[in-house]
Design a protein around this ligand. Structure first.
Ligand code: ZN
Length: 321
């Protein structure tokens, strides 16, 4: 049994690339999915780790989070245009991969080390009232973006999945607005070309990762969790931006017209999992004290206090005369 589970994990990882759902088949010959017979409540039957204690997604209760000031997040290459971008329907989601001369990466914030971009994909629901995986105060959003990245030190995505700090996922929520989002229309208008599972299309206008993120990037929730699809490995540092991006109803509706092997892909979100006592942090402001410390930068606070104390000692000695 252990061997079968291990084989499934390996297959899922090879084919999935992240919390990206994959073309994985189990020993009974059917694939995991989001329907009654193969949905999230069945995943642990073949993937033991999906029954783990520290799974994702979770409900984030804002009154329970710990407010922190983390070092700033640094986005490298997020404003660079990729050489090419491919949109893929893999039967469980729609995914965007980028070919870049230097792969985009992220560091800072809660992360120790540099994390390289692998792919991004979306999760959505039957209608505009559901769809996101994480929820805020039990509020669900109609769509959620996951930008999957692995720790550069671990060499490959697959190798990184063996470590607790192997992956980070930058997540973005969406809300419905009356007008179309022009940046996202570049992706949305390609969806009819990848309606069928296992189909791909090239993105004509090369959009940057930065253009897909919200303007306010220093306000985010962060916690340790798992991939939200089998094999559900508990190796992900989640970074959930607080500011949602606005899309029109028709833009979100376009995702529901994609097809899986079993019909319309009306929904592909996993329900929230128990928090099991995990801390969730909210970055209220960036801690700049560790930034660009050098000979010509702002003085170290200890040095500043020393100068101030010396000044007052001098002042007192002058006044006493
Ligand atoms: Zn995902």
């Amino acid at each position: 049994m252990k061997l079968v589970v291990a084989a499934n994990l390996l297959l899922a990882l090879l084919l999935s690339g992240g919390c990206l759902p994959a073309w994985t088949s189990d020993t009974k010959g059917h694939m995991f999915g989001y329907d009654d017979h193969n949905g999230p409540s069945h995943w642990a039957e073949e993937y033991e780790t999906c029954a783990g204690k520290f799974q994702s997604p979770i409900d984030i209760e804002e009154h329970l989070v710990t407010q922190v000031r983390l070092p700033p997040l640094h986005f490298h290459g997020f404003q660079s245009e990729p050489i090419s971008s491919t949109v893929t329907n893999n039967g469980h989601t729609v995914m965007l991969q980028m070919n870049m001369s230097k792969m985009a990466s992220v560091s800072g914030g809660p992360l120790k080390g540099n994390y390289l971009f692998t792919q991004l994909h979306f999760h959505w629901g039957y209608n505009d009232s559901v769809g996101s995986e994480d929820t805020i105060n039990n509020h669900t959003f109609p769509l959620e973006l996951h930008i999957v990245m692995y720790k550069e030190n671990y060499g490959t995505f697959e190798n990184a999945t063996h470590y607790k700090d192997g992956l980070t996922v930058l997540a973005v929520f969406y809300e419905i607005y009356e007008t179309e989002n022009q940046v996202y229309s570049e992706i949305v208008q390609l969806l009819p070309f990848v309606t069928m599972p296992n189909s791909q299309h090239q993105l004509k206008k090369l959009i940057t990762l930065d253009s897909l993120l919200p303007m306010t990037k220093h306000l985010y929730f962060t916690y340790n969790g798992s991939l939200t699809t089998p094999p559900c490995l508990e190796v992900v540092t989640w970074i959930e931006f607080k500011q949602p991006i606005l899309l029109s109803h028709y833009q979100v509706e376009a995702f529901r017209k994609l097809k899986s092997r079993e019909g319309l892909m009306t929904h592909n979100f996993r329900p929230v999992q128990p928090l099991s006592g995990r801390p969730v942090w909210f970055n209220v402001a960036d801690d700049m004290s560790h930034e660009k410390r050098g000979h010509d930068s702002a003085a170290n606070p200890l040095e500043t206090s020393y100068v101030l104390v010396s000044f007052f000692v001098l002042l007192l000695s002058v006044l006493e005369r």
